[in-house]
Write a protein of this length. Structure first.
Length: 272
C-alpha cells in the first residue's frame, strides 16, 4: 500500500493514561504505521488526569481559539500537543475547561456515568474535525478507538462529505467492551441541534453506549474488534452491516492485520 494519511482518534492513549486494551493499541497502531512510512496524526481528549508537566504538553496557539457550539453553548477549543517518547510522532490533545478539567474519565465518585458525556464526546469529535481543517490535512483513513470517538464517522459522512479534505476519507471503528449505560442526558437534543435528523437521529434514540456504537457503523467502512470481551451483539451487528470486519484480540500481530484491512479499503477507494 502506498503511503497514506491516517488519522487516529482515541478516547485513551498510553502513556498519557494507564495501559489497557484501548490505550495500548491506540499507541502501537500509529507507531507501526508511522514506521511503515505512512503519514500519521493522533488525537485524544486532554483529561484532567493527564500530568501535563510530566508529559510535556504545550498549547498550540495557532490551532487554539476556535469556538465549538455544543447544544447552543459556545465552548472554546484548546489544542495541546506532546511528543511520544522514543517515537517520531506527536499526539494532539483536545482540551476544554468545562468538559475535561475534572480528574476522571467518564464516571463520578459514585461510579456513575457523567450526564454530559454526550456533549463531551461530540465536542471532542467536532474539535478533531475543526483542528484537522485548520491544519489543512486530508486524511485517507480515520481510525476511531472507543465509543467517545464513534461519532466522528457520522459527522464526516453527513456534514463533511463535500469538503475536499474529507470527500475521499474512509473510516474504521475499533470496538472494545463498552459501558452499558446512557451516553448522556441530552444526546438527541445535541445531535438535533447539529442537524442530525431522520433515520440517522432515530438510530441514537435508545441513548445507550452500545446502541451509539451500532449507529456509528452505518457510517463506517471497516470495524476492528480489539477485545475478547466486546458485547456479542456489537460484533454480530458489525459482521452484518459493515463492509470490512476484522476480529482479533490485542496482540503483536494486530498492527499487521489492521494494515491489511487498510489496504483492502484503499483498493476499493482506488477502484471507485
Amino acid at each position: 500500500m502506498e503511503s497514506k494519511r491516517i488519522l487516529y482518534v482515541s478516547q485513551e492513549i498510553h502513556p498519557y493514561l494507564p495501559e489497557n486494551e484501548i490505550s495500548r493499541p491506540s499507541l502501537e497502531m500509529p507507531k507501526k504505521m508511522n514506521e511503515k512510512g505512512h503519514q500519521v496524526r493522533v488525537f485524544m481528549p486532554r483529561f484532567g488526569l493527564i500530568n501535563e508537566r510530566r508529559h510535556q504538553l504545550h498549547e498550540v496557539i495557532r490551532l487554539s481559539g476556535i469556538n465549538v457550539i455544543v447544544n447552543d453553548m459556545d465552548q472554546p477549543l484548546i489544542i495541546k500537543v506532546a511528543s511520544v517518547p522514543q517515537a517520531r510522532m506527536q499526539v494532539y490533545f483536545i482540551d476544554n475547561e468545562e468538559y475535561f478539567k475534572r480528574k476522571a474519565l467518564f464516571t463520578d465518585e459514585n461510579d456513575q456515568l457523567y450526564g454530559d458525556n454526550d456533549q463531551r464526546a461530540l465536542f471532542f469529535c467536532r474539535g478533531v474535525i475543526e483542528t484537522v481543517r485548520k491544519l489543512s490535512w486530508s486524511p485517507d483513513i480515520i481510525h476511531c478507538h472507543g465509543w467517545m470517538a464513534s461519532f466522528l464517522p457520522l459527522y464526516i459522512k453527513r456534514f463533511f462529505a463535500d469538503d475536499p479534505l474529507f470527500s475521499n476519507t474512509k473510516t474504521v471503528l475499533s470496538l472494545y467492551k463498552s459501558p452499558e449505560g446512557p451516553v448522556g442526558n441530552n444526546l438527541i437534543d445535541t445531535l438535533k441541534f447539529d442537524g442530525v435528523k431522520g433515520k440517522d437521529l432515530e438510530a441514537y434514540k435508545e441513548n445507550t453506549i452500545p446502541s451509539a456504537l451500532k449507529a456509528a457503523m452505518a457510517f463506517t467502512d471497516g470495524v476492528v474488534n480489539g477485545s475478547p470481551d466486546t458485547q456479542p451483539e456489537l460484533l454480530a451487528h458489525a459482521q452484518k452491516e459493515v463492509p470490512h470486519f476484522l476480529d482479533l484480540s490485542p496482540s503483536d500481530k494486530q498492527a499487521a492485520d489492521v494494515h491489511a484491512l487498510y489496504e483492502q479499503i484503499a483498493v476499493e477507494e482506488s477502484v471507485a
